[in-house]
Design a protein around this ligand. Structure first.
Ligand code: AP5
Ligand code: MG
Length: 225
């Protein structure tokens, strides 16, 4: 199954994608993580993307589309993947659809994380990440056992540069102006599902699992007919 996770910054897309990858074996493709890796390594993509990311603006469509389509085409496991943070503009969505149609791997489900601004703002401001393994924490909601230290590998935790108050505000404006319209785009295609992103992570996962189970049951039903 191919799934897109859609929602504002801080909605919990990355958190849920990691759980789905662990529990259900999906390949997790996060545009933000791939871009940050490119910035860290100083690749051509990273050099072009860095300034946009630090300002909380979208990286230009052509750069992101090429990067993500290459990633999908080169993935060993192409059948079951989660796109986390892509597409984020109508242009990206249309390009993705036309390329995946050619590969006969269309997006089957888009999960919209319905989340309030107040919740996402406090989640982003309190997020901390492991500098070594990338594990995701929140200083209040999901604190590490020892402050500033990763539970999984013992490395130091850091705060993302774009999680500053000003950049969070910009990212939310960008989401409202350029990404939110994808809710209607996927609703019109009849593949949009919704989860209550404001709930605690385990409850969001329960809603997600239920949606997935229903879809799998529908698929089995269609095959059996
Ligand atoms: P990206 O890294 O994708 O950032 P984002 O979309 O702003 O989303 P986040 O990663 O901030 O939020 P999330 O929904 O994953 O939340 P998380 O699970 O971490 O993109 C960064 C930048 O890259 C963009 O600004 C842009 O410049 C560029 N970019 C990326 N994709 C692009 C594209 N397609 N086109 C152009 N440019 C692109 O959770 C947040 C926090 O809350 C964590 O601390 C977590 O522990 C906590 N938390 C999560 N869920 C819960 C819960 N249910 N209850 C309580 N706490 C929770
Ligand atoms: Mg994320």
């Amino acid at each position: 199954m191919r799934i897109v996770l859609l929602g504002p910054p801080g909605a919990g897309k990355g958190t849920q994608a990691v759980i789905l990858a662990e529990k259900k074996g999906f390949l997790h493709l996060s545009t933000g993580d791939i871009l940050r890796e490119n910035v860290k390594k100083g690749t051509e993509i990273g050099k072009k993307a860095k300034a946009f990311m630090e300002k909380g603006e979208l990286v230009p469509d052509d750069i992101v589309i090429e990067m993500m389509l290459d990633t999908i085409k080169n993935a060993r496991e192409q059948e079951n993947f989660i796109l986390d943070g892509f597409p984020r503009t109508a242009y990206q969505a249309k390009k993705l659809d036309s390329e995946l149609d050619k590969l006969k791997l269309p997006i089957e489900m888009v999960v919209y994380f319905k989340t309030s601004i107040k919740v996402v703002t406090s989640r982003l401001a309190g997020r901390r990440l492991c500098s070594k393994c990338g594990a995701n924490y929140h200083i209040v909601n999901m604190p590490p056992k020892k402050q500033g230290v990763c539970d999984k590998c013992g490395a130091e935790l850091y705060q993302r540069k774009d999680d500053s108050v000003e950049t969070i505000k910009k990212r939310l404006e960008v989401y409202d102006g350029q990404t939110k319209e994808l809710i209607d785009y996927y609703k019109a295609k009849g593949i949009l599902k919704e989860v209550s992103g404001d709930l605690e992570a385990q409850k969001v996962y329960s809603e997600l699992s239920e949606i997935l189970n229903t879809c799998e049951a529908d698929d089995r039903h269609k095959v059996g007919r």
